[in-house]
Design a binder for this molecule. Sequence first.
Ligand code: PLP
Length: 359
Amino acid sequence: MERVYNFAPGPSMLPVPALEKAAKEMLSYNNSGMSVMEMSHRSKVYMDIQKAAENLLRELMAVPENYKVLFLQGGASLQFAMVPMNLYKNGKADYMKTGQFATKAIEEGQRFIDVKVVASSEDKVFSYIPEVDRSMFTPDADYFHITTNNTIFGTRFTELPDTGNVPLVGDMSSNILSQVYDVNKFGLIYAGAQKNMGPAGLCVVIVREDLVREPMDKTPLMLQYRTHAKEDSLYNTPPSFSVYMAMNVFQWLKDQGGVAAIQKVNEAKAKILYDFLDESGLFKGTAQKKDRSIMNVTFVTGSKELDDEFVKSAAAAGFVTLAGHRSVGGMRASIYNAMPVEGIEKLVGFMKEFEAKKA
Ligand SMILES: *Cc1c(COP(=O)(O)O)cnc(C)c1O
């Protein structure tokens, strides 16, 4: 069977060379006589994999020396709790409410600390990123939380808020490694792997060393950054096969020329789709132009029946998982690093045909 163009928001397409490498190494990794799934996480052969994954990620994102890279479990969602528990100092934090995952982070945060919602775009179905300035921020907040890319609504921060000495925390699940970020601007970055890095379940945390501190009272050991930082993410059995797959994806990205190179490709891919949406008489983008995501492109026809018909016929033509999130409907094309340019060009060709038939 041929592979389809999979526009799923996550888990999503992975680079074929990374999957092929895993297929080739499935029964015996590097002459070990076993699959990565079968080997001890304390063996040298596995520890070399984890070290290589970390080093590749450090290189790709230019992670400074004074930041720890942690490979954790529980997806991005567990970080909604781990961040407030571990960065706890004055017991308060600022959040920007720019989408559904931001809302979940806020709701979880409220269980542990005083949360101030500095700004929200809920009034317009999260179709934009609100303007903010320092006068709106809590000067002694433990941290300031943003979602750098809003997966469901198709928006992204094009500029990071200047939070001064308050550590900026970024949920980067849906756009990590898709564009160049200065890690120094963040106190902590977290991202679930299933969008741009590898299999679901694995979560990468990049945290400035001074923030790996004594957490809230009674924080379970497994939920403390310092536990995992001290043991190089080997406190307990790590999600070893997921870390191995992430290593393959990082290597692929490095072979593409790294993040700056893929950013250019990603911008070109998004432009093809947005240019078409802007001139189409049938399809219309739903996010405000200035804040459009280059990873998740959301659009509608204006008719639910037509949206459904489009999603169905696109799937039959090999463009799958184009339905919008169940909470908003419409369509969403998630075009992460692994989606080739031809996937977008062919999708736009299909949309043009669909539009012509409906005219
Ligand atoms: C997918 C996603 C999450 C949730 O990730 P899980 O691994 O399912 O917990 C959180 N935040 C953002 C921005 C996401 O895109």
